[in-house]
Design a protein around this ligand. Structure first.
Ligand code: SAH
Length: 228
């Protein structure tokens, strides 16, 4: 079973959006598991300090390597990937989510302040993953994004499994446009080809639209369907 363990100063951020809809139902039914480890519990001294000023000076605070390592080492690894959510990380892709979803789960470390002491990233061989080229205040929202991408791929979590096969990125392309009733809305009609029941023509139209939209919006995705 896919098991997620999250190290965070803000366990109240979870399950958050992972508690709603089909993913939340799957969580309550035990189809996957989520637990949090409070980083503060591993803090130093009477105040349970988890951070200190940056070596070399500068703004903000840095999470201590010894505190982070104590939290990490308290968690049974069970062959899971150990991930540090970080704006310096490898950008999250559908292929990465699919690989984690096929495995035993993930251990996620959520940073705060200026981030985490480099030595624990190296010493515990943490994989750095980013959810986009923008800086968040902490890793919690990024952890929710990563987990949501994984968990919706678990067998039986989404009602209609075909829906994860035909969507954006699954064939290296962005999705074709979608329409539903009414047939005409504010003078705009659904493309005629989608209404005549010729499935081969519909599939050809959708493929052409996927290629057109991907070339227009994300040319970086078109080479072998992979990010550069
Ligand atoms: N000073 C750091 C940013 C720290 S932001 C830098 O310039 O790289 C605080 C924490 O938020 C980080 O430790 C990380 O865990 C999380 N975070 C911020 N942006 C993120 C992103 N784009 N993807 C994943 N995690 C992010």
């Amino acid at each position: 079973m896919f098991a997620a363990t999250i190290i965070t100063l803000f366990p109240e951020a979870f399950p958050g959006t992972l508690g709603v809809s089909l993913i939340g139902k799957a969580l309550r039914e035990g189809a996957w598991s989520l637990d949090t480890v409070q980083l503060r519990d591993f803090g130093q001294g009477p105040h349970k300090n988890v951070d200190d000023t940056p070596a070399g000076g500068g703004a903000g605070m840095v999470l201590r390597a010894d505190v982070a390592a104590a939290a990490i080492d308290s968690i049974p690894r069970n062959n899971r990937s150990l991930i540090y959510l970080s704006p310096r990380g490898k950008p999250l892709t559908q292929a990465m989510a699919a690989a984690w979803a096929a495995g035993p789960g993930v251990i996620l470390f959520c940073g705060r302040f200026e981030g985490l002491d480099e030595r624990v990233i190296e010493a515990r061989d943490m994989q750095e993953v980013s959810v986009g080229d923008a800086v968040l205040a902490g890793g919690e929202a990024a952890a929710l994004v990563l987990l949501e991408a994984c968990v919706r791929l678990l067998p039986g979590v989404l009602g209609n499994e075909a829906s994860t096969v035909e969507e954006s990125f699954s064939d290296g392309l962005l999705e074709h446009p979608q329409y539903t009733r009414p047939r005409e809305w504010e003078g705009r009609a659904i493309p005629e080809i989608l209404l005549n029941g010729d499935h081969a023509k519909i599939e050809a139209w959708r493929k052409a639209e996927r290629q057109r939209i991907t070339a227009q919006r994300r040319p970086d995705l078109t080479r072998n369907g992979k990010r550069e």
